[in-house]
Design a protein around this ligand. Structure first.
Ligand code: ASP
Ligand code: MG
Length: 440
């Protein structure tokens, strides 16, 4: 059995849904198809939630009406038979009535999650009507009945597996299952979600739970590219990556795959394939345990990084200093990306954080603190970079015009990371595209 996940743009137009229906019926293997909300919907739902929480009910009502109008015209194009249209209308009416009722009750965090869940519920139910109209037999698996997170927001893979197994066994006559990405239940049993972009995570959790033959992630680009196509002219798709390489790339800015979605696939050894809905014959990128080849494969960049420098002569020959510093970040649940040290100073990077002021305040007793905002981490990812000849000399030669603020090398065989001022990002990516890949 395999898992196929389609993102918002892959289901964002009626003709795209039609294309998805062709892709999921192209072979005979049984499958679970995971769908995102139609593109733009989750953003709209976030806005609706914000308007309600700030008591702007009229604005919320306007946003709800606008979104409903979008769905009304979507379904008219999606289905043909009057009976299918009636079904689709009833689904749209049900979910928008729900949103309208929410306007009347007092706002809570749990309610905002209910609002966010409407996107995936709508996309899957409407897709199901479309499949039915076209005589494609399937079963709509309710993600809220099997996808769950614990009190630390961590997915409960064993319970997910048990519940999913049971559901699949109850419908063992079916070979095609459709389900919602992103949404789940939390430890209190409320509707919750796996955070923005979380449908990829849903797909890989499901793939891990059923030990799928492959987890296919269908988007609108033909796999992971060697560099950011928005910044450099020429990029190429990467044929194969190891899980480690993919994790570094996904975390350090390659937007194509949600970073959390790597671990379930890696741990349960499920190959992941990144494919392009608009160009299904393209090879895409295969992510497996093996890297496929040696050397540098890709560059990714992550903006909005803050460097914090802590300088203290008390660090000299002292032990336990770093632990005390790290405890501050732990207390504020703020992940550290890069770290470099000298005997009397340590530099740490974090993503922009609402807790920055509090963190700095707690660090002050340890020494002189300097904070530099607007930085970018540029991550050079590949296989066995530690034994790739000339990698550092190539890097530094290519980047001689760029003021490099930090370097991290040796922590992983798969990554060299540089911290640079964000103003130099475009130039850095262009110089590296030339210096490392010989591309413009
Ligand atoms: N619809 C959700 C979002 O836009 C989840 C996803 O698309 O992966 O974040
Ligand atoms: Mg997505």
């Amino acid at each position: 059995m395999k898992v196929m996940k389609f993102g918002g743009t892959s289901v964002g137009k009626p003709e795209r849904m039609r294309q998805v229906s062709q892709l999921i019926t192209a072979d005979a293997e049984s499958k679970i198809v995971v769908l995102s909300a139609l593109s733009g919907t989750t953003n709209a739902l976030v806005e609706i939630g914000n308007a309600i929480s700030s008591s702007q009910r009229e604005k919320a009502k306007e946003l709800i009406d606008k979104l409903e109008a979008h769905y009304q015209s979507f379904i008219v194009e999606l289905v043909k038979k009057p009976s299918s249209l009636a079904k689709a209308k009833a689904i749209v009416a049900e979910h928008f009535e729900f949103l309208t009722i929410i306007l009347k009750i007092s706002f809570s965090e749990a309610l905002s999650k209910d609002i966010l869940a409407q996107g995936e519920l709508l996309s899957t139910k409407l897709f199901s009507v479309f499949l039915e109209e076209n005589g494609i037999d399937h079963f709509l698996l309710p993600a809220l009945e099997f996808m769950s997170i614990d009190s630390h927001d961590e997915p409960q893979i064993n319970s997910i597996r048990n519940r999913l197994d049971m559901l699949l066994r109850q419908h063992s006559d079916k070979t095609l299952f459709i389900t919602q990405g992103y949404i789940c239940r939390n430890a209190r049993g409320e509707v919750d979600n796996l955070k923005r972009g979380g449908s990829d995570y849903s797909a890989s959790l499901i793939a891990a739970a059923i030990t799928a033959s492959v987890c296919e992630i269908w988007t609108d680009i033909d796999g992971m590219h060697n560099n950011d196509p928005r910044v450099v002219k020429k990029t190429v798709a990467i044929e194969q990556l190891s899980f480690e390489e993919a994790a570094e790339l996904a975390y350090f800015g390659a937007k194509i795959l949600h970073p959390a979605s790597i671990w379930p696939a890696q741990f349960y050894k499920i190959p992941v394939r990144l494919l392009n809905t608009m160009q299904p014959e393209a090879k895409g990128t295969l992510i497996t345990e093996e890297a496929g080849s040696e050397g540098v494969k890709a560059i990714a960049a992550k903006d909005g990084i803050i460097a914090i420098n802590i300088r203290s002569s008390r660090m000299l020959l002292a032990y336990g200093f770093l632990r005390k510093i790290f405890e501050v970040f732990e207390k504020y649940r703020t992940p550290i990306d890069m770290i470099t040290t000298s005997e009397v100073a340590v530099s740490i990077t974090i993503e922009s954080s609402a807790e920055l002021k509090a963190i700095v305040r707690e660090l002050e007793p340890f020494g002189t603190i300097e904070v530099e905002e607007n930085h970018t981490i540029v991550s050079i990812v590949g296989n066995n970079l530690n034994s790739t000849p000339d990698i550092l000399s190539k890097l530094f030669t290519a980047l001689s015009p760029v003021p490099i603020r930090m370097v991290s090398y040796g922590g992983s065989k798969h990554n060299v990371s540089l911290l640079i001022p964000s103003a130099y990002k475009t130039q850095t990516l262009q110089l590296l595209n030339k210096g490392l890949f010989g591309l413009e």
